[in-house]
Design a protein around this ligand. Structure first.
Ligand code: HGY
Ligand code: MN
Ligand code: MN
Length: 411
């Protein structure tokens, strides 16, 4: 079977067709989870999967499973997948590769009449990016039981629209149970979202693990006042306090070696009027590090800094931990399957570590999991300029296909 190869042009064309929904003027993607554009992308994936002979199921949090049957209908499935939702100003490959690569594998196996023991499920996870409802990997978190279905459906966006209501609105409030069934293994292919593979001239990364990540929401409360009449010394200016806290939080990164990565990416101001002293500012912190303990220490330092500044400025501050994920090591058999598939196919491969978060990290809680990385241009991602080469999409898909088959063919 080592001569089994995906169809590079068909895979590329599928990406370009999927990129229509939520396309931005600069050639990127703005397809937030559960929007009309996300519905159109989901509908196209369901259409293509059905046309490829898959049985399509949708669970209670909108995760989509397209199954290519195996000879043993009772066997636990080998799964591969990722996400179709994107950042507000994201790219055409982050997540999307992982879903369309799985579809391409089904199409290729169909063409060659390949049979396998275990079912193969291609998965589209709900809301991996977390840009709209405030926390990432929503669908896989629910699938592995890290957040209850009830709590998941209540999560709401800035306009108060809940995941439950939005799933109903776009027709993806599925009836299938969320998780709770055996999975043989899970593989996810993804662009690296960094420069290493491209700089090394290597086609594929065998991902050994992923760093820990903790998210916070900081609410700074002062008092609204008139911008023209209130003396500076009497102010409880939430914006000024938040600005000092954001600077202090950024400085915490440099107190640790190697540095954690700390990002303040979202800020809301109330009342957000140019001539009213802000009474409340809310901002988010995304912090990550390969070592759990170091990340926890950085978290304590950030909280202390925010509380100190609030005290100095007569402000109130509340800090909520909105997400956390320990550092993970992927299953050695899965990592080895990626390495071996690369070798069998004559595709260059190196071991690599993921700075980004992925649904595969959640899947380590329920089954052996692994990842395949491919290069992306200049390592750029979460940016409209994100780009990848057709030959790298195909090479990564070939490696993924052989790693999946190695698990699916085996009894
Ligand atoms: O934030 C992440 O790491 C992922 O790309 N959503
Ligand atoms: Mn992603
Ligand atoms: Mn992403």
């Amino acid at each position: 079977m080592s001569d089994l190869r995906s169809n590079q042009q068909r895979l590329w064309d599928a990406h370009m067709e999927m990129a229509v929904f939520g396309a931005t003027p600069k050639g990127g993607m703005g397809r937030l989870a559960l929007t009309d554009d996300d519905k159109k992308a989901r509908d196209l994936f369901v259409q293509w999967s059905t046309e490829a002979g898959c049985e399509v199921r949708v669970d209670g949090v909108g995760n989509i499973f397209a199954r290519r049957a195996g000879r043993d209908t009772n066997a636990a499935p080998v799964m591969t997948g990722s996400h179709l939702d994107t950042q507000p100003l994201g790219g055409r490959f982050d997540g999307i590769l992982g879903v369309l690569s799985g579809l391409e594998i089904v199409r290729t196996l169909n063409e060659h009449g390949v049979e396998h023991e275990k079912p193969i499920d291609v998965v589209c996870w709900t809301d991996e990016e977390g840009s709209r409802f405030g926390a990432g990997c929503v669908g896989s978190n629910a699938f592995v039981g890290r957040r209850s279905v009830e709590e998941t459906l209540k999560m709401s966006d800035a306009d108060g629209k809940s995941i439950g209501d939005e799933l109903k609105r776009i027709g993806y409030a599925g009836s299938e149970p969320v998780g709770g069934f055996d999975v043989d293994s899970f593989f996810e292919i993804h662009i690296e979202q960094g420069p290493i593979l491209e700089n090394e001239g290597i086609q594929v990364g065998a991902v050994e693990g992923a760093q820990a990540s903790t998210g916070y929401m900081v609410t700074v409360t002062g008092e609204e006042g008139h911008a023209g009449t209130l003396p500076m010394v009497l102010r409880k200016d939430a914006m000024h306090g938040a600005a000092r806290m954001i600077d202090a939080v950024d400085n915490v990164a440099f107190d640790f070696d190697p540095h954690p990565v700390i990002t303040v990416g979202h800020l809301r101001v109330r009342p957000n009027s140019r001539n009213t002293i802000p009474g409340q500012v809310i901002f988010t912190i995304d912090s990550r590090h390969p070592d759990d303990e170091t990340l926890a220490a950085a978290g304590r330092a950030m909280i202390n800094a925010c509380e100190r500044i609030a005290g100095e400025r007569g402000l109130d501050v509340s800090i909520e931990k909105t997400s956390h994920r320990d550092a993970v090591t992927f299953n050695n058999d899965c990592v080895e399957a990626v390495r071996a598939a690369s070798t069998a196919l004559g595709i260059t491969c190196m071991d690599i570590y993921s700075g980004a978060g992925h649904d595969a990290i959640n899947m380590t809680h329920v089954c052996p999991s692994g990842m395949v990385f491919i290069p992306c241009e200049d390592g750029i991602s979460h940016n409209e300029l994100e780009n990848a080469r057709p030959e790298d999409l195909a090479a990564g898909t070939d490696v993924l296909m052989h790693a999946v088959l190695q698990r699916a063919v085996r009894l």
